[in-house]
Design a binder for this molecule. Structure first.
Ligand code: SF4
Ligand code: SF4
Ligand code: FES
Length: 228
Protein backbone atom coordinates (compact mmCIF):
# COMPACT_ATOMS: atom_id res chain seq x y z
CA UNK A 1 0.00 0.00 0.00
CA UNK A 2 1.29 3.46 -0.88
CA UNK A 3 0.23 6.27 1.44
CA UNK A 4 0.43 9.75 -0.05
CA UNK A 5 0.05 12.73 2.26
CA UNK A 6 -0.50 16.34 1.32
CA UNK A 7 1.66 18.32 3.72
CA UNK A 8 2.18 21.99 4.44
CA UNK A 9 4.59 23.43 6.98
CA UNK A 10 2.41 26.34 8.05
CA UNK A 11 -0.78 28.14 6.95
CA UNK A 12 1.10 30.27 4.40
CA UNK A 13 3.40 27.48 3.17
CA UNK A 14 3.18 25.74 -0.20
CA UNK A 15 1.55 22.31 -0.10
CA UNK A 16 3.62 19.31 -1.20
CA UNK A 17 3.00 15.57 -1.42
CA UNK A 18 5.04 12.94 0.39
CA UNK A 19 4.67 9.25 -0.29
CA UNK A 20 5.58 6.14 1.71
CA UNK A 21 5.11 2.40 1.35
CA UNK A 22 3.23 0.71 4.18
CA UNK A 23 3.20 -3.09 4.50
CA UNK A 24 0.62 -3.97 7.12
CA UNK A 25 -2.90 -3.63 5.73
CA UNK A 26 -4.65 -6.18 7.96
CA UNK A 27 -6.99 -4.64 10.56
CA UNK A 28 -5.12 -1.34 10.47
CA UNK A 29 -6.82 2.04 10.41
CA UNK A 30 -5.48 5.15 8.69
CA UNK A 31 -4.93 6.54 12.20
CA UNK A 32 -2.71 3.60 13.14
CA UNK A 33 -0.83 3.83 9.84
CA UNK A 34 -0.15 7.54 10.48
CA UNK A 35 1.21 6.71 13.92
CA UNK A 36 3.45 4.01 12.47
CA UNK A 37 4.78 6.32 9.76
CA UNK A 38 5.35 9.08 12.32
CA UNK A 39 7.40 6.79 14.51
CA UNK A 40 9.21 5.38 11.48
CA UNK A 41 9.95 7.13 8.19
CA UNK A 42 8.68 10.54 9.37
CA UNK A 43 10.14 10.37 12.90
CA UNK A 44 12.33 13.46 12.30
CA UNK A 45 9.45 15.51 10.90
CA UNK A 46 6.13 13.91 12.01
CA UNK A 47 2.99 14.54 10.02
CA UNK A 48 0.66 16.70 12.09
CA UNK A 49 -2.93 15.51 12.43
CA UNK A 50 -5.55 15.92 15.11
CA UNK A 51 -6.81 13.01 17.18
CA UNK A 52 -7.98 12.13 20.64
CA UNK A 53 -10.32 9.16 21.22
CA UNK A 54 -9.33 6.93 18.27
CA UNK A 55 -12.73 5.32 18.69
CA UNK A 56 -14.98 7.41 16.42
CA UNK A 57 -16.17 9.49 19.32
CA UNK A 58 -14.44 12.89 19.25
CA UNK A 59 -14.52 13.80 15.53
CA UNK A 60 -11.01 15.31 15.71
CA UNK A 61 -9.37 13.06 13.10
CA UNK A 62 -11.58 14.08 10.15
CA UNK A 63 -9.60 14.43 6.92
CA UNK A 64 -9.96 13.73 3.22
CA UNK A 65 -9.17 10.10 2.48
CA UNK A 66 -9.05 9.49 -1.25
CA UNK A 67 -11.07 12.66 -1.68
CA UNK A 68 -13.84 11.75 0.77
CA UNK A 69 -14.17 13.31 4.24
CA UNK A 70 -13.82 10.54 6.82
CA UNK A 71 -12.52 9.82 10.29
CA UNK A 72 -8.98 8.42 10.15
CA UNK A 73 -9.74 6.13 13.10
CA UNK A 74 -12.72 4.67 11.26
CA UNK A 75 -11.12 4.13 7.83
CA UNK A 76 -9.52 0.71 7.42
CA UNK A 77 -6.67 0.17 5.00
CA UNK A 78 -8.18 -3.04 3.71
CA UNK A 79 -11.12 -1.00 2.30
CA UNK A 80 -8.78 0.62 -0.22
CA UNK A 81 -8.12 -2.05 -2.77
CA UNK A 82 -6.46 0.22 -5.33
CA UNK A 83 -3.11 0.13 -3.53
CA UNK A 84 -2.93 3.91 -2.94
CA UNK A 85 -4.40 6.07 -0.21
CA UNK A 86 -4.17 9.83 -0.43
CA UNK A 87 -4.61 11.84 2.79
CA UNK A 88 -5.38 15.55 2.58
CA UNK A 89 -6.65 18.15 5.07
CA UNK A 90 -10.31 19.15 4.93
CA UNK A 91 -10.66 21.97 2.40
CA UNK A 92 -13.40 24.09 3.98
CA UNK A 93 -11.21 25.09 6.93
CA UNK A 94 -7.84 26.87 7.10
CA UNK A 95 -4.87 24.51 7.34
CA UNK A 96 -2.75 24.83 10.48
CA UNK A 97 -0.11 22.32 9.40
CA UNK A 98 -0.18 19.11 7.32
CA UNK A 99 -3.53 17.38 7.99
CA UNK A 100 -4.52 19.60 10.88
CA UNK A 101 -7.13 22.29 10.20
CA UNK A 102 -8.63 25.06 12.29
CA UNK A 103 -12.32 24.25 12.72
CA UNK A 104 -13.06 27.14 15.07
CA UNK A 105 -15.56 28.62 12.60
CA UNK A 106 -17.79 25.61 13.28
CA UNK A 107 -17.66 26.18 17.04
CA UNK A 108 -18.10 29.94 16.64
CA UNK A 109 -21.23 29.25 14.60
CA UNK A 110 -22.64 27.12 17.41
CA UNK A 111 -21.99 29.95 19.83
CA UNK A 112 -23.76 32.40 17.47
CA UNK A 113 -26.70 30.01 17.29
CA UNK A 114 -26.77 29.68 21.07
CA UNK A 115 -26.65 25.91 20.57
CA UNK A 116 -25.51 24.76 23.96
CA UNK A 117 -27.14 22.58 26.57
CA UNK A 118 -28.06 23.65 30.07
CA UNK A 119 -26.97 21.60 33.08
CA UNK A 120 -30.42 20.07 33.38
CA UNK A 121 -30.45 18.70 29.81
CA UNK A 122 -31.26 15.06 29.27
CA UNK A 123 -32.27 12.95 26.27
CA UNK A 124 -34.39 9.87 25.91
CA UNK A 125 -32.64 7.00 24.23
CA UNK A 126 -34.75 7.38 21.12
CA UNK A 127 -36.19 10.24 19.09
CA UNK A 128 -34.78 13.29 17.36
CA UNK A 129 -32.98 14.76 20.37
CA UNK A 130 -31.06 11.57 20.98
CA UNK A 131 -30.10 11.14 17.33
CA UNK A 132 -29.01 14.79 17.04
CA UNK A 133 -26.92 14.58 20.22
CA UNK A 134 -24.66 12.00 18.57
CA UNK A 135 -23.03 14.73 16.43
CA UNK A 136 -19.22 14.60 16.77
CA UNK A 137 -18.59 18.09 15.40
CA UNK A 138 -16.16 16.55 12.95
CA UNK A 139 -17.06 18.88 10.05
CA UNK A 140 -17.35 16.13 7.40
CA UNK A 141 -20.86 17.32 6.50
CA UNK A 142 -19.59 20.85 5.90
CA UNK A 143 -16.92 19.55 3.56
CA UNK A 144 -19.52 18.10 1.16
CA UNK A 145 -22.16 20.79 1.61
CA UNK A 146 -22.45 22.91 -1.55
CA UNK A 147 -23.81 25.86 0.41
CA UNK A 148 -21.42 26.09 3.34
CA UNK A 149 -18.33 28.27 3.39
CA UNK A 150 -16.41 29.58 6.38
CA UNK A 151 -17.63 33.03 7.39
CA UNK A 152 -20.97 32.65 5.58
CA UNK A 153 -24.42 33.08 7.11
CA UNK A 154 -25.37 29.47 6.45
CA UNK A 155 -24.03 27.19 9.19
CA UNK A 156 -24.64 23.73 7.65
CA UNK A 157 -25.48 20.41 9.26
CA UNK A 158 -22.82 20.69 11.96
CA UNK A 159 -25.18 23.35 13.35
CA UNK A 160 -28.40 21.63 12.27
CA UNK A 161 -27.73 18.63 14.50
CA UNK A 162 -27.23 20.53 17.79
CA UNK A 163 -29.98 23.01 16.87
CA UNK A 164 -32.40 20.13 16.23
CA UNK A 165 -31.50 18.67 19.59
CA UNK A 166 -32.54 21.94 21.24
CA UNK A 167 -35.51 22.68 18.99
CA UNK A 168 -37.00 19.31 19.93
CA UNK A 169 -37.15 20.45 23.56
CA UNK A 170 -37.29 24.27 23.47
CA UNK A 171 -40.03 26.24 25.20
CA UNK A 172 -41.05 29.90 25.71
CA UNK A 173 -38.52 32.64 24.90
CA UNK A 174 -35.85 30.09 24.15
CA UNK A 175 -38.14 28.56 21.54
CA UNK A 176 -38.60 31.93 19.77
CA UNK A 177 -34.89 32.74 19.80
CA UNK A 178 -33.91 29.31 18.52
CA UNK A 179 -36.53 29.27 15.79
CA UNK A 180 -35.33 32.66 14.52
CA UNK A 181 -31.69 31.56 14.54
CA UNK A 182 -32.57 28.30 12.79
CA UNK A 183 -34.43 30.16 10.06
CA UNK A 184 -31.63 32.65 9.50
CA UNK A 185 -28.67 30.30 9.67
CA UNK A 186 -30.00 27.05 8.37
CA UNK A 187 -33.46 26.84 6.81
CA UNK A 188 -32.98 29.68 4.32
CA UNK A 189 -29.62 28.43 3.09
CA UNK A 190 -30.15 24.68 2.88
CA UNK A 191 -30.71 23.24 -0.61
CA UNK A 192 -31.84 19.90 0.89
CA UNK A 193 -29.55 17.85 -1.32
CA UNK A 194 -28.77 15.66 1.73
CA UNK A 195 -25.14 15.14 0.73
CA UNK A 196 -24.51 15.67 4.45
CA UNK A 197 -26.61 12.63 5.35
CA UNK A 198 -24.58 10.31 3.15
CA UNK A 199 -21.24 11.40 4.59
CA UNK A 200 -21.94 11.70 8.32
CA UNK A 201 -19.69 9.20 10.19
CA UNK A 202 -22.13 9.17 13.10
CA UNK A 203 -24.89 8.04 10.74
CA UNK A 204 -27.21 10.83 11.87
CA UNK A 205 -30.45 10.83 9.92
CA UNK A 206 -30.32 14.41 8.59
CA UNK A 207 -33.58 13.98 6.73
CA UNK A 208 -35.48 13.32 9.98
CA UNK A 209 -33.74 16.23 11.68
CA UNK A 210 -34.65 18.53 8.79
CA UNK A 211 -38.25 17.38 8.70
CA UNK A 212 -38.70 17.76 12.45
CA UNK A 213 -36.88 21.07 12.78
CA UNK A 214 -38.55 22.59 9.73
CA UNK A 215 -41.93 21.48 11.05
CA UNK A 216 -41.31 23.05 14.45
CA UNK A 217 -39.30 26.14 13.57
CA UNK A 218 -40.77 27.10 10.19
CA UNK A 219 -44.12 25.62 9.24
CA UNK A 220 -45.76 25.56 12.66
CA UNK A 221 -44.65 29.16 13.11
CA UNK A 222 -46.03 30.29 9.76
CA UNK A 223 -49.28 28.51 10.46
CA UNK A 224 -49.54 30.17 13.87
CA UNK A 225 -48.83 33.55 12.24
CA UNK A 226 -51.70 33.11 9.74
CA UNK A 227 -54.19 32.20 12.44
CA UNK A 228 -53.61 35.50 14.28
S1 SF4 B 1 -29.01 19.15 2.83
FE1 SF4 B 1 -27.42 19.86 1.34
S2 SF4 B 1 -27.39 22.12 1.56
FE2 SF4 B 1 -28.49 21.29 3.36
S3 SF4 B 1 -26.88 21.08 4.91
FE3 SF4 B 1 -27.02 19.08 3.87
S4 SF4 B 1 -25.49 19.17 2.22
FE4 SF4 B 1 -25.83 21.29 2.95
S1 SF4 C 1 -23.58 16.08 11.59
FE1 SF4 C 1 -22.31 14.25 11.26
S2 SF4 C 1 -20.80 14.92 9.72
FE2 SF4 C 1 -21.71 16.78 10.57
S3 SF4 C 1 -20.36 17.41 12.23
FE3 SF4 C 1 -21.99 16.11 13.14
S4 SF4 C 1 -21.14 14.04 13.12
FE4 SF4 C 1 -19.85 15.24 11.73
S1 FES D 1 -9.65 10.25 17.01
FE1 FES D 1 -11.65 10.66 17.86
S2 FES D 1 -12.95 10.28 16.16
FE2 FES D 1 -11.00 9.67 15.41
Amino acid sequence: MRIEIRRRKDPAGRPYIVSAEYDNTEEVTVAQALDDLNSGIYADDPVEWEHSCRQKKCGACAMLINGRPRLACDAWLKEFTGGVIRLEPLKKFPVVRDLKVDRSVMFDNLAKLGAWLEETASADSNGVAYDASRCLQCGCCLEVCPNFYAGGKFFGSAALAPASRLIAEAEGDDEKRLYGAYNGHFYRGCGKSLACRDICPAGIDMESLLVNSNAAAVWKRKFRGKKK
